[in-house]
Design a binder for this molecule. Structure first.
Ligand code: ATP
Ligand code: MN
Ligand code: MN
Length: 379
């Protein structure tokens, strides 16, 4: 039995965007378990269940110390019956039988391996599993038609499943920055995604690019991609047009932005020279030796986003994450404020108008939320 302080109940606000969630997590055993169940639900295309587990995990990430007993959880938001059962199992038995059996299940293992291929989502993986494909060998043997993204994903499978370090992210940042200013002088580049939140590793590197003069960013993405391609930095790229007009997350906006290419999902070739440029030692294996047949480069997933300056604050907020923090911001906007938030704009349904903002701080203020800095958005 703990002392009085240990059993005092925790208290956290119900939306993740009302909380400050740093990378310091006092309940990793519990949050890893709930995240695994969330992932399994998402891989099984049960998004509702997935979000429920993500929300439960996020509440535990926000607690100031480890959970010692179930009574401390009384009154906490987002902890449904199922999540509470998992937590109780772990507190009492050291592990959750559901989590352990999920981890061991052939279906979960196959879904993980197959969706570990860039370009393969839950639906494709499910179809392959039903065709008897459970691993990469069976995939190569039975040879279903792969699209360009999946071919690249398979080719660079090992690299893309290695975490990306901050120093790798910085090395890529230097190359992208150089490309950006040579194709459009005066343009700005910002690191976004997990690295902006202070994470030390990531599954990719995300950059947001804009120009202080509205409209100057038009046509930037194709030029940027051509520059990087001509220098041999891209192993794969897919550039997509602004999908804002078709998106469901906000009312339609004027057609002037229609042909802005704004996103590029790529696989970047990070060479030793670029790494050395950042003055970091080259990667060695665990026992400190250079791996045999070590190639002098690695593949890294890189996402590029271009935004007009008028939408920059929204793009910055929308692409910094975490995914759950973003989802909760939009839920807060809709349910509590009758507003629609996207990574392009904030629309006030009561006033029937767009609310302008030139900084993230202004957007939080419009939403009636206390400002949460990027390092505290790790929900
Ligand atoms: P990691 O370290 O694993 O990369 P991350 O937080 O950077 O973590 P990403 O998947 O790179 O995760 O996403 C970064 C941000 O970009 C998130 O806020 C996410 O909501 C947003 N995002 C990712 N993909 C898209 C997309 N296709 N359209 C719009 N926003 C996206
Ligand atoms: Mn990322
Ligand atoms: Mn990304």
């Amino acid at each position: 039995q703990g002392n009085e302080a240990e059993v005092a109940a925790f208290s956290v606000p119900s939306y993740a965007c009302q909380r400050r969630t740093t990378l310091e997590n006092h309940n990793t055993v519990l949050t890893d378990a709930l995240s695994l169940l969330a992932e399994n639900a998402e891989l099984s295309e049960e998004d509702g269940r997935g979000v429920a587990f993500r929300r439960a995990a996020a509440v535990l990430k926000a607690l100031p110390k480890p959970v010692a007993s179930m009574t401390q959880l009384r009154g906490l938001p987002c902890l449904g019956e199922h999540s509470l059962r998992v937590i109780k199992d772990i507190l009492e038995n050291g592990a959750s039988s559901e989590v352990e059996s999920t981890k061991q299940s052939e279906r979960y293992k196959a879904l993980k391996v197959l969706t570990g291929i860039f370009g393969v989502g839950a639906r494709t993986a499910d179809r392959w599993i039903r065709d008897g494909i459970h691993n990469l060998r069976q995939l190569q043997d039975s040879g279903p038609t792969l699209n360009r993204a999946q071919q690249a994903g398979l080719e660079h499978y090992d690299d893309l499943n290695q975490p990306v370090s901050k120093s790798d992210a910085d090395a890529i940042g230097e190359v992208v920055e150089k490309a950006v200013v040579s194709v459009l002088p005066g343009a700005h580049m910002t690191l976004i995604g997990g690295f902006r939140r202070g994470k030390l590793t990531g599954h990719d590197v995300d950059f947001l690019i804009t120009h202080p003069e509205e409209g100057r960013e038009v046509g930037l993405m194709p030029k940027l991609v051509s520059w990087l391609e001509s220098q041999g930095f891209l192993l794969y790229q897919k550039t997509t047009r602004n999908s804002y007009l078709e998106s469901k997350d906000g009312p339609a906006r004027p057609a002037s932005n229609m042909d802005r290419f704004e996103r590029c999902f790529s696989i970047f070739k990070l060479t030793k020279e670029e790494k050395r440029g950042t003055k970091h030692p080259e990667t060695l294996t665990e026992n400190g030796t250079k791996p045999a047949g070590h190639k002098p480069w690695r593949a890294v997933r890189v996402d590029l986003v271009v935004s007009p300056i008028s939408q920059f604050a929204f793009a910055l907020l929308g692409w910094t994450g975490s995914k759950l923090f973003e989802r909760e911001l939009r839920r807060w906007a809709g349910h509590e404020k009758s507003m629609s938030l996207s990574s392009h704009a904030l629309y006030d349904n009561r006033q029937s108008k767009y609310l302008r903002a030139t900084s993230e701080e202004e957007i939080f203020a419009h939403l009636g939320l206390e400002f949460v800095p990027p390092s505290e958005r790790n929900a």
